[in-house]
Design a protein around this ligand. Sequence first.
Ligand code: NAP
Length: 505
Amino acid sequence: MSGGSCLCLCLTGPTLESDLRLLEEYRPYIELAELRADFLSAEEAAAAARFPRLAGLPVILTIRRARDGGRFAGSESERVALLRKLAAGGFAFVDLEQDVAAPGLEADIEAGGGRIIRSMHDFSGVPVDLPARIRRLARSPRELPKAAVMTRGTADLVRLLDAFGELAGTEKVLLGMGDCGFATRVLASRLGSRICYSSPPEANAAPRQADPRTLQMLYRFSRIDADTAVYGVIGNPIMHSLSPSIHNRGFAALGLNAVYLPFLVDDLASFWAVADSLDIRGISVTAPFKEEVLPALARRDALVEALGACNTVTRVRGTQRGEWEGTNTDVEGFLGPLREAFAGAIPRGLRATVIGAGGASRAVLQALVSQGAEVLLLNRTVERARELAHRFPVRAAPLDERAPALAREYSRLIVQASSAGMEHDAGVDPFPGYQFSGREVVYELIYRPPVTAFLDRARRAGCRLVFGEQMLLAQAREQFRLFTGLNLPPEALELHREYIHETTP
Ligand code: NAP
């Protein structure tokens, strides 16, 4: 094993043959494999002693019981007998749970040249006395203690990171299961966990194991070390965010020792402790936290004050802990592609309709008003539109059957800033009564799917289109500059670009 953390592929196929096939597919990305013999049929498991020789890399043997999240259905004495039989096969490690007491088993494993991983699992959360429990796990200095604990929320992640801190210098495997613990997998080397378990996307070995290809190609797992600068995006939901793909590709193209992670947050107060513990340098903020972060900011720029929303948080220069400043790159993110759509100059007095009065439309309104636009704001819940009309000089109206006629008067630009038509309700058109003339510029904020039903209708009418992904990339470009002082390289900006080029008239 290397000095940092080894990336391990968990093999949960039904046969040794299928496990070998998976191993071949992922071999370029991993240093270690775990044969989960509890997923094999009894006949296949009995023949597993030959697996390490066929695998050609170090292999962990694990036969997990159901109560520890595994599938072994036999009795404990059958399991111990199988472990003893296979121990001679040349496995580099054999995983034994903390309560296993089988005289002779440890000696058999040692005689076979293997090292024992002494493991504990807690699917209910992160125990308060986790460091003490881990210290008690190993029965000899040769044993490697392992704890896999469920991170049910951000407070659990704080407790887990505290345990990493207390156990610094102790050889161990420690990981947080669940989306909230994702950072402990990617940052295994930086935190000091000897093994990071991963599995192919289609497998389901344990909650939120990333796949090895993503860990290496996107997060550059093997390059992460104690000096790696950590950045991230907070939101809920967040695990499918495109931002890690943009920023990590930027870091890679520039050769920066930095990584950008998604943080699923359920409790913002706890997240600030995570940020300090990991010494996070910069944070992208998305729904539902753009307003909630404001009280935690020591400094806010004029845009954040005007919008009442912040999407980018960085450390106040020269401070290490707790001192954050906020800005908002959504405004420039919105304006950049709009300028392109108007061939470089947005016309003064542009008459525009904005659909939606949620968090995103604040940045849109600020941007349009700053360009001297006259704006009609339509929202399903008209009170929300009226509230925004107190903050911005816009005309508010309900998104009802009278709205299309009204919008016709504000139709040089139509901005779709509601969440109607997003992934979960793809196909929904928030403004079906409006007939495009083909002369409108139509700007869709949604980027998943890349083309919504609304945008597709505008395209068929011959309108000039601006895609949500263009705004996403433009605001990320601003964020990257704030995070690193450098320009985001073009490699990081190619997501669905080819699609955008094809469909922009
Ligand atoms: P939000 O605060 O939750 O607001 C949602 C808005 O959508 C509200 O105005 C809501 O109206 C409206 N809405 C929801 N379902 C609707 C329906 N079926 N028909 C009509 N209106 C409906 O969300 P947000 O943060 O503003 O985000 C809105 C969208 O913009 C999201 O899809 C987000 O992904 C996208 N976005 C994109 C970027 C980018 O860079 N491209 C940046 C930010 C946001 P009510 O008030 O009546 O509920």
